[in-house]
Design a protein around this ligand. Structure first.
Ligand code: SF4
Length: 434
């Protein structure tokens, strides 16, 4: 008991936020004694505040449901096994979970021959396709913070998708080098944030407008980087100056947010990678992509190390089949190619199954507040804990190589996604072998 109490007190002050791809670990969480919502402490972030407010300090009892009727978790597991084991072609989607959850879902997917795709899988695949095609120079938030002297935000600022981006990049931190920040193709609502950044010590900011669309602009930028702009008559003073600045930098980093890029995002990402490659012939440069939140990047990392292939891979009768275009969840549901869904979303209660899924029998693993999304026929809801709130866990941060530990702030007794997936696997195996 004394051990449990010590552990609980420690966890109220050491916390990694699981609610966006930055996985900040400089905030703490304020916990009350009753129904008060959890709240950030020590620093503020509007997104974290909103997300924490969904959780009461004292967890309320949570029930599973079958076809909209209350059920015990054991009953719901039996119903879920029946639903999945009798499916001819299931889909496991959402994949909002931590490392342990993804590790447990992968063998379940193999046993079922299920397709797998994360929520926001289309965006995730843009970066993966570019990485598969040509590779990339990557960096980490720590390197950006301590070494980058020129930062170029491609296509605008990450805004609400990564609210504390400036802090994580060390903008205005007197302990890190001064740096120049460029926004290439700022969005209309970036102006206020950029103006605020410009007031920070050691920061100069600049907004460079697009010449044509973003891809046109990056093509021109590359022409300048490799010295072809003059030959082709496409010289653009603002882009020429930006290339000069990047070439003179000790460490330039191009930062982009795939979810905010215009279509086709993969082309934009590949153009950025080419410019970074060109710059590395004479100085140091890297790309940093902001995305993969809500467990998407984590599930992709885990599935890749377990199978050798990224998301949108199926372990079927013909072995591993990877198809980044055809195996997207929305596409599969629109094509009628799947007849059951296992939806996993343990971080974001708003990430309910998409509308296309309403016609499918479904098993939903989500926080208790997601129960109303499953009040219908042929739907089994099993409440699960949120990693970093109700139980410990690990997630990959946006920079892809850094695995962050998640600490429970107030254990809630709910099963984790890993617990449920392991029990589903045992049930499915027993059912298929009988
Ligand atoms: S920026 Fe993201 S990870 Fe950091 S505190 Fe805000 S929501 Fe959490």
């Amino acid at each position: 008991m004394a051990h449990a109490l010590r552990r609980y007190l420690r966890m109220t002050t050491a916390w990694t936020c699981p609610f966006c791809p930055l996985a900040c670990d400089h905030l703490a969480v304020r916990i009350g004694t009753g129904d008060e919502p959890l709240a950030p402490e020590g620093a503020d972030c509007a997104w974290a505040r909103r997300s924490l407010a969904r959780f009461a300090s004292r967890p309320a009892p949570a029930a599973a449901s079958i076809d909209g009727q209350p059920a015990s978790i054991d009953e719901a597991l039996v119903a879920a096994v029946g639903l999945l084991a009798t499916s001819r072609q299931p889909l496991i989607a959402g994949l909002g979970t931590d490392v342990a959850g993804a590790r447990a879902l992968y063998p379940l997917a193999c046993a079922l021959g299920a397709y797998c795709d994360a929520a926001g899988g289309d965006v995730l695949m843009q970066g993966l396709r570019a990485l598969q095609d040509r590779g990339q120079f990557t960096t980490t938030l720590a390197e950006v913070r301590t070494r980058a002297d020129v930062l170029v935000f491609v296509g605008g600022l990450p805004g609400a998708l990564a609210p504390l981006m400036a802090e994580r990049c060390g903008l205005g931190d007197p302990q890190v080098p001064a740096r120049h920040v460029v926004v290439l193709g700022a969005a209309a609502d970036d102006a206020a944030e950029l103006a605020q950044w410009s007031t920070r010590p050691g920061i100069t900011v600049e907004s460079v407008p697009l010449h044509g669309d973003l891809f046109d602009t990056l093509s021109l930028l590359r022409a300048h980087a490799v010295g072809h702009a003059g030959c082709t008559g496409t010289s653009t003073p603002a882009l020429a100056a930006l290339v000069d600045r990047l070439k003179a930098a000790r460490y330039g980093v191009l930062v982009g947010t795939p979810a905010l890029l215009p279509a086709p995002g993969a082309l934009v990402i590949e153009a950025v990678h080419q410019i970074v490659g060109d710059l590395n012939r004479s100085t140091r440069a890297a790309a940093l992509w902001v995305g993969g939140g809500n467990g998407a990047a984590t599930a992709n990392q885990v599935f890749t190390w377990l199978s050798g292939l990224p998301m949108r891979t199926r372990a079927g009768p013909r072995g591993l089949e990877h198809n980044p275009w055809a195996y997207g969840a929305a596409q599969l549901m629109a094509d009628g190619a799947v007849d059951a869904l296992l939806w996993v979303s343990s971080f974001d209660a708003d990430a309910a199954p998409p509308a296309e899924a309403r016609a499918l029998p479904a098993v939903v693993l989500g926080p208790p507040s997601q129960a109303p999304a499953c009040l219908r026929e042929r739907c089994v809801f099993i409440p699960v804990g949120t990693p970093g709130i109700g139980h410990d866990g690990h997630i990959f941060r946006t920079d892809g190589t850094v695995l962050m530990p998640l600490h429970a702030v107030r254990p809630d007794g709910l099963p984790s996604v890993a617990d449920v997936a392991q029990r589903l696997l045992a049930g499915v195996q027993a059912r298929l072998s009988s």
